[in-house]
Ligand binder design. Structure first.
Ligand SMILES: Nc1ncnc2c1ncn2[C@@H]1O[C@H](COP(=O)(O)OP(=O)(O)OP(=O)(O)O)[C@@H](O)[C@H]1O
Ligand SMILES: [Mg+2]
Length: 311
């Protein structure tokens, strides 16, 4: 559905993305992750024909996003990072206008706009002026706009940015639902969201693709398996020093809560150090109140790939 080949974009000579290659198959929900400035929005803007690449090619449903941009865009619903809305229009009026602009036949506009308002939970605000909507509802209008011409591909640039946790859940559920019938390329900073919704993930850093795989495979690839939390009363022992000696422990950080010490251990992949920690605590007569394992998450993958020095 999306094919990107050797895509490069420079702004005033400075590369924003360099030599990107990836494909998104029909029906996939692809997560697009990367730190600020990594090049996510740049890539998405090129795919949406908003600007040309410096070199390389991209196509949507087989249509070159530059040479055949009309055909490419007919397949694509794009929700940009900052949704540009007409603040003095009412919600329905705006969506009618956008539908007409995107070539929805006149006789079908009312039906399509009705459907996307329903889908995006906009019924209750349909008569409101867009400028008076809360951020969450503005995002939904942006999503409805992206969907109104029935594209089979959605490119969503941080659709949940600026939303509260309840709204994030709602939008996440909506995206999951949309994923049943659409191909989706989704950028976000909220990693649990990606773990829950995406079939594959691209991690981009400083304009380059560092990884492209399923969340499970990415988790299997990293050096840390997550961590173990130990909370204990340890008297005058140097707990961190003792814990560091355990095989498989890569690093220990320590904090204090009254008489208790809280140790966060980072451990190597495929190791479980809890038994050894228990033995140590028992031998040293430490009082344990917590000994628990935290499995690696996509966040660990992200940190390890994009900030390898800090791991
Ligand atoms: N219009 C522009 N002119 C000059 N440089 C730009 C422009 N847009 C983006 N850049 C630069 O290109 C690089 C990639 O930016 P981009 O917006 O694609 O990152 P991003 O991954 O979307 O980041 P964020 O997570 O902050 O949205 C950055 O270094 C940015 O400063
Ligand atoms: Mg961006």
């Amino acid at each position: 559905m999306i094919k990107v080949e050797n895509l490069t974009k420079r702004y005033a000579g400075q590369p924003a993305i360099r030599d990107l290659n990836f494909e998104v198959g029909k029906g996939e929900i692809m997560g697009f992750l990367g730190p600020n400035g990594a090049g996510k929005s740049t890539t998405m803007r090129i795919l949406s024909s908003f600007m040309p690449p410096t070199s390389g090619r991209a196509s949507i449903a087989g249509f070159d996003v530059f040479e055949q941009s009309l055909q490419a865009r007919a397949h694509l619903g794009y929700m940009p990072e900052n949704v540009p809305l007409y603040n003095d229009m009412r919600v329905t009026e705006y969506l009618d206008y956008r539908a007409a602009l995107k070539g929805v036949p006149h006789r079908r506009v009312a039906e399509r706009v009705g459907d996307v308002k329903e889908l995006c939970g906009l019924k209750e605000v349909e008569k409101k002026i867009i400028g008076a909507l809360s951020k969450g509802f503005r995002q939904r209008v942006g999503l409805a706009d992206a969907l109104v011409h029935e594209p089979d591909l959605l490119i969503l640039d941080e659709p949940t940015s600026g939303l509260d946790p309840n709204q994030i859940r709602q939008v996440r559920d909506l995206i999951k639902n949309l994923g049943k019938q659409h191909t989706i390329l989704l950028s976000t900073h909220i990693l649990p969201e990606v773990e829950m919704t995406c079939s594959r993930v691209i991690i981009i850093n400083r304009g380059r693709i560092e990884a492209c795989d399923t969340p499970e495979n990415l988790l299997g690839r990293i050096r840390t398996a997550g961590g173990v939390i130990v909370e204990a009363k340890i008297g005058s022992d140097d707990g961190a020093e003792e814990l560091r000696k355990i095989a498989g422990v890569r690093d220990v950080t320590e904090s204090v809560d009254g008489d208790w010490r809280i140790f966060a251990l980072r451990v190597e992949a495929n190791t479980d150090v809890r038994e050894e920690v228990y033995r140590l605590a028992s031998a040293r007569r430490w009082t344990l109140r917590e000994l628990s394992q935290r499995k690696a998450t996509l966040e660990d993958v992200f940190v390890e790939i994009t900030h390898p020095d800090e791991v």
